[in-house]
Write a protein that binds this ligand. Structure first.
Ligand code: ADP
Ligand code: ZN
Ligand code: ZN
Length: 796
């Protein structure tokens, strides 16, 4: 048999497959296997993407060296998908294959594959074996291997230190009858107290054996007693793999199944029909916040399971997963696997294995979970489908929605895109009838939408000149807290202030590596770059003219926190932004503390805007609605509308009435006005007109070509060359803009030049971009990188 392999080498022919002979002693080689192959004079990793009985190549073929995993990591669907996606995204297939694996399966394989000489194949240990993580159990093993490697006196062909492994647990099982144990107990020395505890437990709880070491330890039975018991053949000791459970520490609250209202039922019926008919139809479920979309998802998942199919559900960010995961877990229990970036690598690997081994049939996860090795999919859901986090902003630059459409087609199953504020892209497709629009117009519990008041900052009064919170907003916050109700306060900017300005000479302190001002972080008293992480001490005089008249402007969450503490005596505030949530589990901690009423105010960046459901929150405050409008992206209004609508939806979710206060210098801006009345449809109409006039998406498709180098003239020169190539090859009707330096021209000492291609139908696109991709490979060694990004999020 012969295998076609995609090899992992950074050379331009990577998308060609290479053919290898499968040696008969290699068992378990299949499409989707991760293998080691000889490539030139090296050994490299690769993926088997096809197997056939006849060789295509006429000459001498090399053999596969090694299969890396017991379990074939990639299911056939994903292997196929990698091919289609690579073509769509103008990227290499290997980068997609790697993106499909949990990080534990891609960790440092290259330098750790160590071929050994044939000499000294006489040592008794590891004879002819491949040593991998599964066989290396102890430190002693590792020491031994290292010693063997050092002396080259090993008979190991390769040592694959792939870190993937499960947690080990020690269990003790019994092999004697109850009667035997009674007899042993009777013959025991009278002062053998500890052994008596063990034997009594065995006799009384005979059925609950085998037991974990930890369980026995909890009874006060220590390892010396157990060792003794094993020596006496009372117990057998065994090591077993256990899965780490990322939600074990969470309180899973029971959620009762609610009776759907007529709107929800109508939407569900449409979805269920397609589940049963096995139709690859895409739905756009547009429902205002609180309309009960989640309940529709859960019912559809139940229908899917009833049809013996599995379900895949994506949620945008870790911030909102705890509550969503909780709901799904409470409904479907152990049948749920969770995949998102807040899990440890080990937890991710274990969850991934549970899916791969078909031990779970419901997957909830963030963007990359779209590559979960789930088979027999009957339903895919993308909640908050408009979220920017569904687009990966480094290679491979895929959008989870596009991948979901491909998987729905492969599995013949419906795809549900849900949102209160659908992306214009999806909403326009629904308009055309490409997606089927389902609408939920009412709040599920028949609650009124919260009242929204806009506070015009041009006219607002402030308690002091340095303050960001107007007197009006402050008074309502105080009143709310006095009523023992809670407040969510949004400011979409972290840190204390986002730039330092010298009032004498106008100097703004910038990052030396990036074209961006440094942010002041008061908690660590440092100036920090949010792009490259550069940090310096806070200056006390202007670094340029040494004047003392320096000020820190552009308030961030840390400053607001300080302001509130000064203005409201004894106020209890929880702050949630990147700085307070770096540690694993900190999201959950903050959210559950707030849920238990341990704070009056939850203050944070856009992390707190989405998905949260706290019944005691009756007031939502937006400190500055203009931050998002100030950026020059074509979709700034869409992002602002979305953020304001989402955060407003956090107020008044239970019995008490909700109020939303929005501070802005642009009270007449359509995005702010329409968000305040939660009128998505009107916003859609207005925004579409603006996009039409500006030749923006969704009226045009867009491709962004970025040319990046540490050497600015070189980047510029290559950018003009690429531009010339594009205009020469593409059709007349296609618009090619640029090259221009990107909005932040320099990041991490690299200069970015961008060319934007806008097109409706472009027959030469694929050919031209492939050409540029190859050209980019040729010039890559000269410190030039070219990135191709389909439908980028951030364009002007
Ligand atoms: P969305 O995801 O659309 O913002 P949710 O699914 O979170 O809305 O539902 C909002 C609230 O309404 C939740 O507290 C939920 O339990 C409740 N809810 C949903 N459906 C119903 C229903 N049919 N009857 C009563 N309450 C409902
Ligand atoms: Zn100065
Ligand atoms: Zn920087």
């Amino acid at each position: 048999m012969f295998a076609e392999v995609i090899v992992d080498v950074a050379a331009k022919q990577t998308d060609k497959t290479f053919e290898y002979k499968i040696p008969s002693e290699l068992k378990n080689v299949a499409v989707g296997s991760r293998v080691v192959v000889p490539f030139g004079r090296r050994k490299v990793q690769g993926f088997v993407v096809d197997i056939h009985a006849e060789a295509n190549y006429q000459g001498e073929l090399k053999e596969l060296s090694l299969v890396l995993d017991d379990q074939i990591p990639l299911i056939p669907e994903l292997v196929k998908l990698s091919e289609v996606l690579a073509r769509k995204l103008f990227t290499y297939r290997i980068s997609i294959l790697q993106a499909m694996l949990p990080s534990m399966l891609k960790a440092g394989y290259k330098k750790n594959i160590v071929p050994l000489t044939d000499s000294a194949r006489a040592l008794p240990i590891f004879n002819g074996k491949v040593i991998d993580a599964a066989t290396v159990r102890s430190n002693a093993d590792i020491l031994l291997i290292n010693k063997l490697l050092a002396t080259k006196a090993a008979k190991i062909d390769y040592v694959v230190k792939n870190k993937a492994s499960h947690k080990k647990d020690v269990i003790y099982s019994i092999s004697n009858s109850k009667k035997d144990y009674l007899e042993i107990l009777a013959n025991l020395r009278t002062n053998a107290f500890k052994q008596k505890i063990l034997l009594n437990d065995i006799i009384e709880n005979y059925e609950s054996y085998p037991k974990r070491q930890q369980e026995l330890a909890n009874l006060g039975i220590k390892s010396d007693v157990l060792r003794n018991a094993v020596n006496n053949n009372w117990l057998q000791k065994q090591e077993v793999d256990v899965y780490r459970d990322p939600t074990a520490a969470d309180m899973i609250h029971a959620s009762k199944v609610v009776q759907l209202n007529a709107e929800q039922q109508a939407a569900l019926d449409q979805i269920n029909q397609q589940i049963v008919r096995k139709n690859a139809k895409t739905f756009l479920l547009e429902g205002i916040t609180g309309s009960g979309k989640t309940e529709v998802y859960l019912h559809a998942i139940a229908e899917c399971l009833k049809n013996n199919k599995s379900a895949l559900m994506l949620v945008p960010e870790i911030a909102l997963t705890p509550q969503m995961v909780n709901q799904v877990k409470s409904r479907f229990g152990k049948d749920v696997a969770v995949l998102h970036s807040a899990l440890s690598e080990g937890e991710k690997y274990d969850e991934w294995c549970r899916i791969r081994n078909q031990e779970t049939h419901v997957v909830v996860g963030a963007r990359s979970a779209i590559f979960a090795p789930l088979t027999n999919i009957g339903l895919i859901i993308i909640d908050e489908e408009h979220e920017a986090s569904y687009k990966q902003d480094n290679t491979p630059r895929y959008h989870a929605r596009d991948v979901a459409i491909l998987r729905s087609e492969y599995n013949h199953c419906p795809l549900v895109l849900g949102s209160a504020t659908p992306s214009l892209y999806s909403r326009a497709r629904a308009q055309k009838g490409v997606y089927q629009l389902l609408r939920l117009n009412n709040r599920a519990n028949n609650k009124e939408l919260p009242k929204v008041q806009i506070i015009d900052l041009k006219k607002a009064m402030f308690a002091g000149t340095q303050f960001d919170i107007s007197v009006d907003m402050l008074n309502v916050i105080k009143k709310t807290i006095a009523k023992k109700e809670q407040v969510i306060l949004l400011l979409n900017r972290r840190g204390f202030s986002n730039f330092m300005l010298c009032r004498e000479c106008g100097y703004v302190l910038q990052c030396p590596n990036c074209d961006i001002s440094l942010n002041y972080h008061k908690d660590i008293n440092q100036m920090k770059c949010h792009y490259c992480g550069y940090e310096i001490n806070k200056p006390y005089v202007c670094p340029k003219c040494h004047s003392k008249h320096i000020i820190f402007l552009g308030s961030g969450t840390q400053k607001i926190q300080e302001e509130l503490i000064n203005m409201i005596p004894n106020v209890r505030i929880l702050r949630m932004d990147i700085d307070t949530t770096r540690k694993k589990g900190s999201y959950q901690k903050i959210l559950s503390a707030f849920g238990q009423g341990q704070a009056d105010i939850l203050l944070g960046t856009q992390m707190i805007a989405k998905g949260l459901d706290f019944p005691n929150v009756t007031l939502v405050c937006v400190v500055n609605a203009d931050i998002g409008l100030a950026v020059s992206n074509y979709n700034a209004s869409e992002k602002t509308f979305d953020l304001l609508t989402q955060v407003a939806g956090r107020a008044g979710r239970a019995d008490k009435e909700g109020l939303v206060l929005i501070q802005t210098y642009n009270p007449d801006h359509y995005a702010i006005k329409l968000a305040s009345v939660q009128d998505y449809e009107q916003f859609y109409q207005s925004e579409m007109r603006y996009r039409y006039i500006g030749n923006y998406p969704p009226f045009y498709f867009t491709t962004l070509v970025s040319i990046v180098s540490h050497n600015e003239p070189l980047a510029a020169k290559q950018a003009f060359l690429v531009k010339r190539l594009l205009t020469k090859k593409l059709s007349q009707a296609t618009i090619v803009l640029g090259p221009t330096p990107s909005a932040i021209g320099k990041i991490n000492n690299q200069y970015f030049y961008q060319i934007l291609v806008k097109y409706k139908k472009e027959p030469y696109l694929a050919e031209t971009l492939s050409y540029i991709q190859n050209y980019a490979q040729d010039i890559a060694k000269n410190d030039i990188n070219v990135y191709i990004d389909q439908e980028p999020e951030n364009i002007m």
